[in-house]
Design a protein around this ligand. Structure first.
Ligand code: GLV
Ligand code: GLV
Length: 317
């Protein structure tokens, strides 16, 4: 049985796959190109994919009818055509649960950094410019009694709500359904945008959420408010965000993801009021190891005839 891993994972996590078949791990220190991906998956029973691999009909056709499972090493799966995977007779899996705390922690890191201008101050010191403490020097925004608006109240959104509450923030959220028992009150999107001091995105990227934060939404946001995105880049219209940041429509933004990742809108690099992180949401040793282990466990379960641990539901349509 051929098992394809599209980019290196911690070697120890791959051991269970080696017991099941011939494991091919991409030797490249970069994502595979679309052509390389099609070549790599030919004849595979299982593919362990990364979030930057687009697994679509052409890749699945290239793989062949023996394909049983596509195990995405991420909780987000907008890179998978889940319906096509099902049509091709395979199961799709992701890695929910294991990265909740790491991603919520990074969300707070961006939120604290951008509202208190930590990275901006770091850049100032590194630039060699002179500076001294004075009562009005590099003032940011306090969080206590401020409103955090969370869009998407899954596990990560809830973990962010808990953390923000510990910092003294009040939480509201927007979600398709009520989440009984969570911190915060459910409000319509318009109200969330118009009343939140910080808006943080925790929804998946879908046809419904693509450009959810566009020019109109940014203009609806409170003056002097902040946007945090640790979800997926295309949820935000990046050009509209550049305009909003450059013209002071909002005060600042903390971004971990980008519309055309890994490319970043060139104008963002020139703006002082935006913090740019390179997709680090789940990037701790512990979490990335658990993600790799869970992706591998899903493959082992499917190939040995058990049910996958964390299957992705096939969209009904
Ligand atoms: C990371 O972005 C993930 O979806 O796991
Ligand atoms: C600030 O550093 C203070 O001592 O108030």
């Amino acid at each position: 049985m051929k098992i394809v891993v599209t980019r290196g994972l911690p070697p120890a996590t791959l051991a269970p796959l080696a017991e099941l078949g011939d494991v091919w791990v991409s030797p490249h220190d970069r994502p595979l190109t679309a052509d390389e991906l099609c070549d790599a998956v030919r004849g595979a029973a299982a593919v362990v994919s990364m979030l930057n691999d687009r697994i679509d009909d052409s890749v699945l056709t290239a793989a062949g009818t023996q394909l049983r499972v596509v195990a995405n090493t991420a909780v987000g799966y907008d890179n998978l055509d889940v319906a096509a995977i099902a049509r091709h007779g395979a199961t799709a899996t992701n890695t929910p649960g294991v990265l909740v705390d790491a991603t919520a922690d990074l969300t707070m890191a961006l939120l604290l950094d951008v509202t208190r201008r930590v990275s901006e101050g770091d850049r100032l010191i590194r630039s060699g410019q002179s500076w001294s403490w004075d009562i009005g020097f590099m003032l940011g925004t306090g969080l206590q009694r401020k409103r955090l608006g969370i869009i998407g109240m899954g596990h990560i959104g809830r973990a962010v709500a808990e953390r923000a509450t510990a910092f003294g923030m009040n939480v509201v959220y927007h979600a398709r359904r009520e989440h009984p028992g969570v911190i915060g009150r459910r409000v319509p999107l318009e109200e969330l945008l118009a009343t939140s001091d910080v808006v943080s995105l925790h929804c998946p990227l879908t046809a419904d959420t693509r450009h959810l934060i566009d020019a109109a939404a940014l203009h609806r946001m409170k003056a002097r408010s902040y946007l945090i995105n640790t979800a997926r880049g295309p949820i935000v219209d990046e050009s509209a965000l550049v305009n909003a940041l450059a013209t002071g429509v909002i005060a600042g933004a903390g971004l971990d993801v980008y519309e055309h990742e890994p490319d970043v809108h060139p104008a963002l690099r020139g703006l002082a009021n935006v913090l740019l992180a390179p997709h680090l949401g789940s990037a701790t040793v512990e979490t990335r190891t658990r993600m790799a282990e869970l992706a591998v466990e899903n493959v082992v379960q499917v190939l040995t005839g058990g049910g996958p641990i964390t299957p992705i539901a096939v969209p009904s349509r």
